[in-house]
Design a protein around this ligand. Structure first.
Ligand SMILES: NC(=O)c1ccc[n+]([C@@H]2O[C@H](COP(=O)([O-])OP(=O)(O)OC[C@H]3O[C@@H](n4cnc5c(N)ncnc54)[C@H](O)[C@@H]3O)[C@@H](O)[C@H]2O)c1
Length: 340
């Protein structure tokens, strides 16, 4: 077996502890350091993770030649500078989503990783979620037919952010799922949102995305909502799929339902026929997505394989966020996306 990857975790706030647990438990990693600029965040580390050092200065961690890889779980505004510093010091990097605050910054990081021959991966957790993989399989194997439209609701009360709006904080999940499932960039994005709690920071957004082949998608993200909803619906020409991440029994339901036309479309002599068959709940092995994600990163570091959610995938998500932000700033006008 290959030597474990000597790894440092930067940022031990809300999400960092989940990464620490997964890295510590993974035999392919040796979690050497946990670093947070707020010293009080690190008080419990020696009890929880014996043998793991703590640090407050990320630059000193990056300068340590014994560290091969870093996992960055700090606020979004710090991602670019921290990733750049780590890659410059020759570290492999797994950075939380979104990779950066602009696609130009994401491009810089991609170039730097390529120059230094290092792995750059983004924590698009849902691309490692077995339920999402199942839907991807259904789409790719044409089981649901042509995808007509997709919509998702990711709402809850709480985890209100002060430095990024709900588009940049929560919607990256839905956007990364959409790009992954559809295997394409949207042509056009429009977004409306509203600000209630902090000036200039949207608490709710409604984003509409137009993909090639007339596929329409919609994302509703909010941290100001009465209940936790994590649901995505995919409507296809043959079947329809509902993915409810909060439902532990039936994360995915496949509805054998559809509408088809019968008759001669040329003379307009056709009828719509409804088909309503069984509802099927596939068995899904729900291993923890973050565990799969961490294992994938460590394997990519060791083998040089390109990660599923590589820097390019991070840049594509940021390109869509930028276009949505531009639309949001202009009251919802449609904004062309391009390849990013
Ligand atoms: N994949 C997911 O499902 C998921 C869920 C939540 C958050 N996230 C992502 O995780 C990242 C962190 O989010 P969070 O909610 O944990 O934020 P947080 O504010 O709770 O924690 C961030 C921590 O980073 C520390 N920090 C800030 N700057 C630092 C620096 N320069 N060096 C070292 N430490 C520094 C802070 O002291 C804080 O403890 C964000 O990118 C967020 O989008 C991902």
């Amino acid at each position: 077996m290959a030597e474990p990857v000597s790894t440092a975790l930067i940022g031990y706030g809300y999400w960092g502890p989940n990464l620490a647990r997964n890295l510590y438990q993974n035999k392919a990693a040796r979690l050497s350091v946990i670093c947070d600029s707020a010293a009080d965040r690190l008080a419990d580390i020696s009890r929880l993770y014996p043998g793991v050092r703590t640090a407050n200065d990320a630059a000193a961690v990056f300068a340590d030649p014994a560290i091969e890889a870093v996992v960055i779980s700090t606020p979004v505004r710090t991602h670019y500078a921290l990733c750049k510093a780590a890659l410059t010091q020759g570290k492999h990097v797994l950075v939380e989503k979104p990779i950066a605050l602009s696609s130009a910054e994401a491009g810089d990081l991609i170039a730097l990783a390529a120059q230094n021959g290092r792995t750059l991966m983004v924590g698009h957790t849902f691309e490692y979620n077995p339920a999402v993989l199942k839907i991807k399989d259904l789409v790719d194997k044409d089981e649901i037919g042509q995808v007509y439209y997709v919509y998702s609701n990711r709402v809850n009360l709480g985890r209100v952010q002060r430095d990024v709006n709900v588009l940049w904080s929560i919607a990256p999940h839905d956007i990364s799922i959409l790009l992954y499932l559809l295997g394409a960039m949207p042509l056009e994005v429009s977004a409306r949102g509203a600000t209630y709690l902090s000036e200039g920071i949207e608490d709710v957004v409604f984003v509409t995305l137009v993909f090639p082949n007339n596929v329409l998608a919609h994302v509703h993200a909010s941290w100001l909502d009465p209940g936790k909803v994590r649901r995505m619906t995919v409507v296809g020409s043959r079947k329809m799929v509902v993915y409810d991440d909060v439902d532990s029994e039936a994360k995915i339901k496949i509805y054998d339902k559809g509408v088809y036309r019968k008759g001669d479309p040329i003379y307009g002599e056709f009828q719509f026929r409804l088909h309503s068959g069984d509802i099927y709940i596939p068995k899904i092995d729900m291993s923890e997505p973050l565990q799969v994600e961490c294992a994938h990163f460590l394997e990519c570091v060791r083998t040089g394989q390109r990660p599923r959610s590589d820097g390019e995938s991070g840049r594509r998500v940021v390109r869509v966020l930028e276009a949505a932000q531009e639309s949001l700033d202009q009251g919802g006008v449609p904004v062309r996306v391009g390849e990013g």
